[in-house]
Ligand binder design. Sequence first.
Ligand code: ATP
Ligand code: MG
Length: 437
Amino acid sequence: MRLSRYFLPTLKETPSDAQIVSHRYMLRAGMVRQASAGIYSWLPLGLRVLRRIEQIVREEQDATGAREILMPTIQPADLWRESGRYDDYGKEMLRITDRHDRDMLYGPTNEELITDIVRREIKSYRDLPQNLYHIQWKFRDEVRPRFGVMRGREFLMKDNYSFDLNYEGARHSYNKMFVSYLRTFARMGLKAIPMRAETGPIGGDLSHEFIILADTGESAVYCHKDLLGFDITDQDIDFDADLQPIVDHWTSLYAAADEMHDPDSCPVAKEDLLEARGIEVGHIFYFGTKYSDAMNAKVTGPDGNEVAVEMGSYGIGVSRLVGGIIEASHDDRGIIWPDAVAPFHVGLINLRVSDDACNAACEDMYAKLMAAGIEVLYDERDASAGAKFADMDLIGLPWQVIVGPKGIGAGTVEVKRRATGETENLSPEQAIAKLAG
Ligand code: ATP
Ligand code: MG
């Protein structure tokens, strides 16, 4: 992508209304613009990151055997009257009336809608288990939308719903999501800590929040320091096998500390206890037959009797993750994208666009990098070196290739790793080989 033809409205000044670093950098890097309190437009650079995160979430869901669907944002109120949540949900729910005076709502979550789909289509235990997910915008009229996309009113969530014949099946579905979430966040370069949680308005009796560590997080976190030392992506997971040992292993590292994150009731030895702040990026629930009882979602069991299906629901804050990753990975010059979610892999900086040799070298590298399947943002604007460096550091691409007249005279370009600031002078061929490797 040529920067002069892109839409990247970066800001030099720090926007005064942004209280936390991710919000400031998302505005300054031209990733989002606010439409209304807690409601954002995603500009090209921000949308690329959002899509990357969404794709990792999708791949990890698919790997568990969950199937993707797409439910609408607008739902009929009657389904929520059946479950009893239409009145319970309160002011966070955006209520809408259509032209025929029918009550509708902008979905804050989808338990009712999915239960309605499943009760119509699934009649026998033979059609279970089922696990269906979608990645769709939600609306919650939060009292205090703040921190940019981290606590928005409109936000993108992956939510899925499991349906099983009995508790054992439901527990296995829950464990699959537990393990899958550890992998999903690890792939994004994040260390997510599963903490036992209250079930809240969704109801039920088993729930974990997944929290990533960041100083600006809204939740206090206490856990064993060893929890940060594991890498689940190293393991090959068979999602059909018994996952309880993996879940037990992880929970053993914080089980004692997790009782609603209270350090005083925590038997983990003080010297092993990590106290930090965190951001909730995912939340999983087992809630049994709460919705299937209320909405009459039953199947015929092996014995011929009808039973209500056992359910769970599982959410990931896809748009919140964009801010969360920045909170976890930045410095005072800007964002540092983990490779897996970066909007482009390489930023190519042409320091002198009036110089034929610089242009020729840049054009050649640009074409060759793209031919090697590497995504490049090429800064060929007629702007000062200082402005180009500042913008490139701000938008945080993992690699920078800096091409200037001096280097080209000596047959080299400078390759810089954004995260460490380390630089290397290489020939253009060596640089391409390094970046493609
Ligand atoms: P919170 O406690 O942060 O208000 P929640 O417990 O109400 O979140 P869930 O219903 O568990 O949220 O939703 C699943 C996920 O959706 C959360 O883990 C979070 O990552 C994301 N999420 C929830 N509310 C918001 C919001 N207002 N803005 C952005 N993401 C959100
Ligand atoms: Mg939650």
